[in-house]
Design a binder for this molecule. Structure first.
Ligand code: C2O
Length: 340
């Protein structure tokens, strides 16, 4: 049985009974699932900042997403949109147990690598649905003033990228508060943006001089889940979820709860920027590099690829996004000059 953990303890509402409805069928012999090998690649997928995407790109992304949603009509297609969302539910709401303990990919050092692999396959599936091997997910550039609002392509009703279960007061260009834990502020917009930049400096630079602060606490096999979040997972990752989720729903759905977050297409755009912060953090220098702990490097996840084959992947193979075949279109990082 799965439990419904709110993304932050801000939600006062008791969880509904979830059961393990979000588990994909488990292969009989898990050990026979092969390790993933990167397919040959000719061109990097360059993930664009969502607010700056042109109409041609938006049309492609919308088409790919609606095709993915159509696959949900079959009873179980691992490439379907709901099944893709359920990956998040399975890894985050206690559907899996390892050695009798709940497997949880949040609140620990699994946070960055799990989501990187998750987006990796999601992006490849979308690309294959429109026969575009260079298709790249957009990133929600919330660390730059131009990106501090719901990207317009996600806010068009009727589009496959739109989700009804969002906070209606946060639409139409409302500036996002990256420190939002449920309380509305009446701070002027310019001030919110400045606060956001200061907050980014704090989470990326001041509070994360070493890998353990950035990635989160160690979570080797057999230990208790949720040993502790890294700086970015805590803030702004969690506030962006809560700010986007719909307060009219019982559990902050969709973005405000783990089991439902992946049902909002904006989830993947949000996490592309979270993932981009991993690359940006290493560029700051000092001791900011990947963890070298073997338990981390050898941690494994399961995913289906775009050909519906299940694979095992290791953390050690996702440390270099370019080797995986994608990168981020550069945007300035003004927060680097926002030392308080
Ligand atoms: Cu898996 Cu943003 O949470």
């Amino acid at each position: 049985a799965a439990n419904l953990a709110p993304i932050a303890s801000a939600s006062p509402i008791p969880p509904p009974d979830l059961k393990s409805f979000c588990c994909p069928p488990v292969p009989d012999d898990m050990d026979s699932v092969p390790y993933y090998k990167f397919p040959p690649m000719t061109k990097l997928r360059i993930r664009p900042p969502a607010h700056a995407a042109d109409e041609e790109y938006v049309a492609k992304y919308q088409l790919a997403t609606s095709r993915m949603k159509e696959l949900d009509k079959d009873s179980f297609d691992p490439l379907g949109f709901k099944q893709q969302a359920n990956i998040h539910c399975a890894y985050c709401n206690g559907a899996y147990k390892v050695g009798g303990k709940e497997l949880q990919v949040h609140f620990s050092w699994l946070f960055f690598p799990f989501h990187r692999w998750y987006l990796y396959f999601y992006e490849r599936i979308l690309g294959s649905l429109i026969n575009d091997p260079t298709f790249a997910l957009p990133y929600w550039n919330w660390d730059h003033p131009k990106g501090m609002r719901i990207p317009p392509m996600f806010d068009r009703e009727g589009s496959s990228l739109y989700d009804d279960k969002r906070n209606q007061n946060h639409r139409n260009g409302t500036i996002i508060d990256l420190g939002h834990f449920g309380t509305e502020v009446d701070t002027p917009q310019l001030q919110i943006m400045t606060n956001n930049l200061t907050l980014m400096y704090r989470q990326m630079v001041t509070n994360a001089p070493c890998p353990s602060q950035f990635f989160g606490a160690a979570y080797p096999l057999g230990t208790e889940p949720k040993p502790g979040m890294g700086t970015i997972e805590n803030i702004p990752h969690t506030p962006v979820h809560i700010w986007t989720g719909d307060p009219r729903q019982d559990n902050g759905e969709n973005m405000g709860n783990f089991y439902s977050a992946g049902l909002d297409p904006l989830f993947y755009c949000h996490h592309a920027n979270v993932d981009r912060m991993w690359d940006e953090w290493k560029l700051i220098g000092g001791k900011r590099r990947d963890l070298s702990n073997k338990d981390w490097l050898n941690s494994e996840f399961f995913f289906y690829d775009e050909n519906r084959n299940p694979y095992r992947v290791k953390v050690r193979d996702c440390l270099d996004s370019k080797k995986m075949g994608f990168s981020y279109a550069p945007m300035p990082t003004p927060w680097r000059n926002f030392k308080p």
